[in-house]
Design a protein around this ligand. Structure first.
Ligand code: DMJ
Length: 610
């Protein structure tokens, strides 16, 4: 049948209109969301102001002066070979996410969630540490210097929310002062990673000098906590006493958490690099040197105990060894310091390699899973001495905090061209992906125990109900295993869940993100999307997203929301989700290295002041 000319004409107009519309809509999408790089930092608009000499922490009398400062490395030594590439040479292939439209739609969803949380913070808790995401109250657990505001600055920039970024920076400049705080005690580690780290990264991305000035204020305040007889910091710092009575009576604590001592290195080193003042680097290099000297002399040579005596500089006091909470970022910062300094031959490179050798030998295990997945976890070891002999007992725990380890080994594997590290990184990260997928909500709990396979290596590890039940009984005070499994809602392979919460933590997606950037395999983007859907469903609440009490709730019950949203949700978790659906050049791991709160610092580039 012949089609009349007029119909052809109408059809033509429709096709052309559709083509024009789709071109327009995809280009506007592209300009809004599809960064292929970062805007160049604007170093001119707001140059770095001179440090204010009247700032309290700059005027405070030093009670225990440093005789001579460790010099700030002027770059990697000649003998140090250039570091290998971290990111994959090509990206794509392998997964559904390789479709651009899918990837952008996913990224948009993440950005919308961030935007909603940001609006709620602005509306209900502006300038305070946290907003409670159900009731819209304000909380100040971190000194009241606007933890969410400062933790979110670089995320705002990276997500292209430039107007909001400007508003936020102006507020930080005008309304946040590290002169004083209402808090009695300051957690030096948390203040360093969230505030100092957040300000440095936001400065590096934007070039706004007001942020470096504020970072220096934070750094000078924190530096006063190092004013002790042995120059090791008071990690839980009575800031009021320091302000009112000075630092004369201060001393580092005999019971210090390893993470709170060992993970200040990146922020203080970068602050020295950016300001040219070596004192910050000196402060943390002393800690690095002590850790290096003690590393081979602990109960598990290569690792340090979770509890150390910073007063006596004794790194062999505790008997618990772990890569998890309270120790974690000390290990994480070893390869990251290598990236920051551009030098594999520093004490940090050596410490990284030794620690990973020991951790693989003593802490690594493979859980028994229903499908025999080839996955790994780092557990926790208790060391006892019987008749002069050391006995290392591995507790097969799986904690959300330890999920950072896959990303650490992926970075280290690249920097040291070690394929074994990369292989372990992949298996560890798959372990956390498996733990997420194992629960009814699709999100892993804060702390669980798993039934281990006989060996972490590739030997077959067939599923056995009987062995799983033995593990459950060993953890339980009750004899009826079926009832225990049912009452505690234990997914197969889980032998107990002592902490059932999910508190919006980032570590699992952090490692998935690093694995994606290192391998280029879109498989990891798809796993991130599975995690995203589950977390979004589980945590979305009235005003933003909330920590939840139980990721394995009773059948038909919705998990209770806890009305809490720590600043790392917007500073860290949402940033990693956003970046994994972005072009790999956006905050490339070949140019940037993330601190433990996901704040990117520029890596050594060879330029002065870089
Ligand atoms: C963050 O503050 C950092 O990632 C830290 O290293 C561990 N705890 C939280 C996130 O879980």
């Amino acid at each position: 049948m012949a089609i009349p000319r007029s119909r052809w004409l109408v059809a033509g107009v429709i096709v052309i209109t559709f083509l024009l519309w789709s071109r327009w809509s995809s280009s506007s999408l592209a300009s809004e969301y599809d960064h292929t790089g970062l805007l160049p930092p604007d170093f001119e608009k707001h140059p770095v102001p001179d440090p204010d000499p009247n700032f309290f922490w700059r005027r405070i009398k030093t009670s225990h002066p440093v005789e001579s400062f460790r010099p700030l490395p002027a770059g990697p030594p000649q003998s140090s070979p250039p570091l290998p590439r971290v990111q994959a040479a090509s990206f794509g292939g392998g997964g559904f996410s390789s479709t651009r439209a899918t990837r952008l739609a996913r990224r948009k969803a993440v950005r919308e969630t961030f935007s909603r949380a940001w609006d709620s913070y602005k509306m209900f808790a502006w300038l305070r540490d946290e907003v409670t995401p159900i009731t819209g109250q304000k909380r100040d657990p971190f000194g009241g210097w606007g933890a969410t505001l400062i933790d979110s600055l670089d995320t705002l920039w990276i997500m292209g929310m430039r107007r909001e970024f400007e508003i936020a920076v102006a507020a930080v400049d005008r309304d946040i002062s590290f002169e004083t705080t209402g808090a009695r005690e300051v957690n030096v580690f948390e203040t360093t990673i969230r505030f100092l780290g957040g300000l440095i990264a936001a400065y590096e991305l934007s070039g706004d000098g007001r942020l470096l000035a504020k970072a220096r204020d934070a750094g000078d305040m924190l530096y006063a906590a190092f004013d002790t007889p042995n120059r090791l910091p008071v990690t839980r710092w009575d800031i009021r006493a320091a302000r009112q009575q000075g630092t004369e009576a201060q001393a580092a604590s005999a019971d210090t958490l390893l993470a709170e001592l060992g993970s200040l290195s990146m922020e203080f080193t970068r602050l020295s690099q950016l300001t040219g003042d070596p004192k910050y680097f000196d402060a943390v290099q002393r800690i690095g040197e002590l850790l290096a000297a003690a590393q081979d002399k602990t109960k598990i040579p290569g690792l340090w105990p979770v509890h150390v005596d910073a007063a006596a500089q004794d790194f062999d006091v505790g008997s618990e060894y772990s890569l998890g909470g309270m120790a974690d970022s000390t290990y994480e910062y070893l390869p990251k310091m290598v990236a920051l300094l551009g030098d594999t031959q520093s004490i940090y490179g050596d410490m990284y390699l030794k620690s990973m050798r020991a951790a693989r030998e003593h802490l690594l295990y493979r859980p028994m899973t229903p499908k025999g997945d080839d996955v790994l976890f780092f557990g926790n070891a208790q060391v006892t001495r019987t008749n002069g002999k050391m006995d290392v007992k591995l507790d097969t725990e799986a904690t959300h905090l330890t999920c950072f380890a896959g990303g650490m080994l992926a970075l280290g594997g690249r920097l040291f061209a070690d394929d074994e590290h990369l292989a372990v990184a992949g298996r560890l990260t798959r372990g956390c992906v498996w733990a997420y997928a194992s629960t009814p909500t699709g999100v892993m709990p804060e702390l669980a125990h798993l039934q281990a396979c006989p060996s972490p290596d590739g030997d077959p590890c067939p599923w056995s109900d009987a062995r799983w039940h033995e593990g459950v009984i060993a953890r339980s005070s009750r004899a009826d295993v079926k009832k225990t499994v049912a009452d505690e809602r234990l997914p197969p392979g889980f032998t107990s869940i002592p902490d059932r919460r999910y508190i919006l933590r980032p570590e699992a997606v952090e490692s998935v993100f690093v694995m994606y950037r290192v391998t280029g395999d879109a498989y990891w983007q798809d796993r991130a999307w599975d995690m995203w859907l589950a977390i979004d469903r589980l945590t979305t609440c009235e005003l933003a997203n909330s920590a939840v009490a139980d990721v394995c709730p009773r059948d038909g019950e919705a998990p209770a929301k806890m009305d809490s949203m720590e600043s790392f949700w917007m500073g860290e978790t949402l940033k990693y989700f956003y970046l994994i659906f972005s072009e790999p050049e956006l905050v490339s791991l070949d140019e940037w290295v993330f601190n433990t709160e996901a704040h990117p610092f520029r890596r050594w580039t060879g330029a002065k002041g870089a």
